[in-house]
Design a protein around this ligand. Structure first.
Ligand code: T1G
Length: 655
């Protein structure tokens, strides 16, 4: 095969009249300016060279094309523009096939859709996830996909940013074949037989008809999940447009919408989150450290948190030993874990074979000696320092010298726990967020003595659990709860100064939080923070402003939703403003001689954002958080901060 090079990232080889064009732009073959120019040059060559009968496009590595180059979005566009490259492929006189050797996402799938034939490996990820970046497909996806699979399936994929497997893509008609072992050969064989005069050009197809009710239902489902974000709404509109509009007009409207959204605040925020997630969990110098091998996980305490952690670790493929104080409690733990797996089966997230496989890797016991087999032991027992410390001291005598000890504590000082053990260097914090088998966020606490390979092991473990690991230093509440405490303090200051809980909640919910702070406090229960405030009372700085209103609520037995009354009343479970609480607030203000002032929604959001950002800045200057984007990810994934605003640190920077 003679080798040809068309740009830094595009090469080709001619074999049997087929020009095999390879895109090699590590790490994911994103459609950079060099890739686009190289593809155009390859098409020029194929057009002129009579020896070229057809073309096969493929990728180097394990991506076909991972999409447009997101890093180019903030910069002035460079020709050739992707839609021009794609239009040329679709109109090409000679057959063009896509040999989808891996991820074909966004612009990557749009390139494939313009090809005349498509073959994929079974592991290929196929989708148009642009709405997750606050944009819509900008190179024909909303117009070509419905021509292949219909409006409803296209809405479901595009507005829902659903990435599908090669087998589903075959079923839907996106690809023409799935090749287990000879992808390129299969694609070449397929294209070889094609009659250039009757090529199936996707853009020339008409959109298959579908009942309007089906389309409306799919659209309503997609928009319900969108929770007010623009891109999914625009995606639905554009896909529906494809059914009634000539291709050229549809493409022009799609491009106009893409450019409008690409330059929006929401898209800038979601791009920030995309890159933040990829920077998270990276610790300078740790790349060279080899993590310890982890296959068997011990979990002491299989209550609410422990059972969630167990399911998460079972999902990661680990063997689990659940330990409780007695066999009855251990069996209860197994039932709790099995119950969570049953729910996953009922919701279609797991099949029965998967459930059996997981239960087959679970053992429960009251015999702590069983933990001698564990590579890591995670404690999820009552959040009391003595209980945890004594447990770790006992585990020191049971587990292997190279086994890791992880504490799931939320508020205790893991350095104190570690210092009480024989090998503090093997202690690390794994602060899971409840429910632990659902929440992606996992704060990995790098304690004073934690060895680098223990930290590397914890991060590798977190990734295999499918978690979003954020490294935190040791401070009360780590990153998330420390910022949440500042957020709560500021919200209570505002109430004492004149704002009402319902006004604050409404302002934050309008900003994009699913629930405002006072609704969250009532849901979590007021007694937890009350107990902590009472514990800290003796050492509290008398000069620090202190708001007693939450204490008054607790003294009146108003602990939140579970008692039917907290900051709100909950008649028939409905959150309702309670005049009794308003009276308690007014009395507290009067007692301090505070003349209440009015707060606008903007002032409320700005004040609470500032409280979070000031605490975030402190965490950065204290070295507790490694980067501002980590703080954004914690608040988005753990506390409901709207991702479309990018997180507190990003949002403050944009104001
Ligand atoms: N552009 C630029 N960089 C990208 C990128 C992209 N599209 N995708 C990944 N990277 C970087 C990423 O930042 C990281 O960098 C490295 O590649 C590995 O990523 C016109 C406009 C393809 C499934 O949304 O889903 O096309 O940290 O850790 O786990 O309509 O990357 O190493 O420096 O995620 O193997 C649409 C986004 C774009 C797909 C591979 N495409 N990417 O997963 O690696 S918009 C997407 C992914 C678009 C068109 C529109 C995943 C992956 P660093 P990674 P991975």
């Amino acid at each position: 095969m003679s080798a040809l090079r068309f740009s830094d990232t595009i090469s080709a080889a001619l074999a049997d009249g087929i020009l095999v064009v390879t895109i090699d732009n590590a790490p994911v073959n994103a459609l950079s300016a060099d890739v686009r120019a190289g593809l155009m040059a390859a098409l020029d060559h194929a057009e002129k060279d009579g020896g070229v009968k057809s073309i096969v496009l493929t990728g180097a590595g394990n991506s076909f094309i991972g999409g447009a180059d997101i890093k180019e979005f903030g910069k002035p566009p460079v020709e050739p523009h992707l839609p021009d490259v794609i239009a040329r492929i679709e109109a090409f006189a000679k057959p063009v096939a896509a040999s989808i050797n891996g991820a074909a996402l966004g612009g990557g799938l749009e390139v494939a859709l313009a090809c005349h034939r498509r073959h994929a490996v079974p592991s290929a990820k196929i989708g148009l996830p642009e709405v997750k970046l606050g944009i819509v497909p900008g190179a024909g996806g909303t117009q070509r996909l419905p021509r292949l699979i219909g409006v409803s399936a296209a809405i479901d994929m595009i507005a829902g940013a659903r990435i599908i497997s090669a087998s589903e893509a075959l079923k839907l008609g996106i690809v023409d074949g799935v090749s287990e072992s000879a992808l390129l050969a299969d694609a070449m064989a397929d294209i070889k037989g094609l009659d250039a005069s009757s090529l199936r050009r996707t853009g020339a197809l008409s959109v298959p008809a579908a009942p309007i009710e089906t389309i409306e239902k799919t659209a309503a489902d997609a928009l319900r999940k969108a929770r007010g974000q623009n891109a999914p709404t625009e995606a639905v509109r554009l896909v529906c447009l494809a059914a009634t509009t000539p291709l050229a007009e549809g493409l022009a409207e799609e491009r106009r919408t893409f450019i409008m959204l690409r330059d929006s605040e929401e898209a800038a925020a979601l791009r920030h989150v995309f890159f933040a997630e990829r920077a998270a969990g990276k610790v300078d110098g740790l790349e060279a450290v080899t993590p310890r091998r982890i296959e068997t996980v011990g979990i002491v305490g299989t209550g609410l948190m422990g059972s969630g952690i167990a399911v998460s670790a079972l999902n990661g493929g680990y063997r689990i030993i659940g330990v409780e104080q007695n066999i009855e409690a251990a069996e209860k733990g197994r039932e709790r874990i099995a119950g969570l797996l049953d729910k996953a089966v009922q919701s279609g997230r797991l099949d029965t074979a998967g459930r059996e496989d997981r239960l087959g890797r679970l053992s429960v016991t009251a015999d702590m000696q069983q933990l001698a087999q564990a590579d890591i032991v995670i404690e999820a027992v009552f959040d009391d320092l003595t209980v945890k410390t004594e447990l770790f001291q006992r585990l020191d005598t049971i587990i292997r010298a190279d086994a890791i000890l992880a504490t799931n504590t939320s508020y205790l000082d893991p350095d104190v726990i570690a210092a009480a053990t024989a090998r503090p260097e093997r202690v690390v914090g794994l602060h899971f967020f409840s429910p632990a088998h659902i929440m992606r966020l996992l704060e990995v606490v790098d304690c004073k003595e934690t060895a680098p390979d223990v930290l590397a092991s914890a991060l590798a473990f977190a990734k295999r659990l499918g978690k979003l690991p954020i490294v935190s230093g040791v401070t009360e509440g780590f990153i998330g709860n420390r910022i949440f405490s500042a957020y709560r303090r500021e919200a209570e200051y505002m109430v004492e100064d004149g704002a009402l809980p319902q006004e604050i909640d409404a302002a934050l919910e309008a900003y994009g939080f699913p629930m405002g702070p006072f609704a969250v406090f009532d849901m979590a229960g007021l007694e937890i923070a009350w107990a902590r405030r009472k514990r800290q009372a003796a050492t509290r700085d008398p000069s620090e402003r202190y708001v007693v209103i939450a204490d008054r609520l607790c003294e009146a037995g108003r602990f939140g939703q579970k008692t039917g009354r907290g900051w709100y009343a909950y008649p028939e479970g409905k959150r309702t403003v309670d005049p009794e609480v308003t009276g308690m607030i007014e009395a507290a203000r009067a007692k301090k001689g505070i003349v209440p002032k009015r707060f606008t929604a903007e002032e409320i959001v700005a004040g609470l954002l500032k409280a979070m950002v000031d605490e975030g800045d402190a965490l950065l200057s204290e070295g507790i958080a490694a980067r501002a984007s980590d703080i954004d990810l914690v608040m988005i994934n753990g506390y409901g901060f709207p991702s479309s605003k990018g997180g507190p640190m990003f949002a403050a920077g944009r104001r």
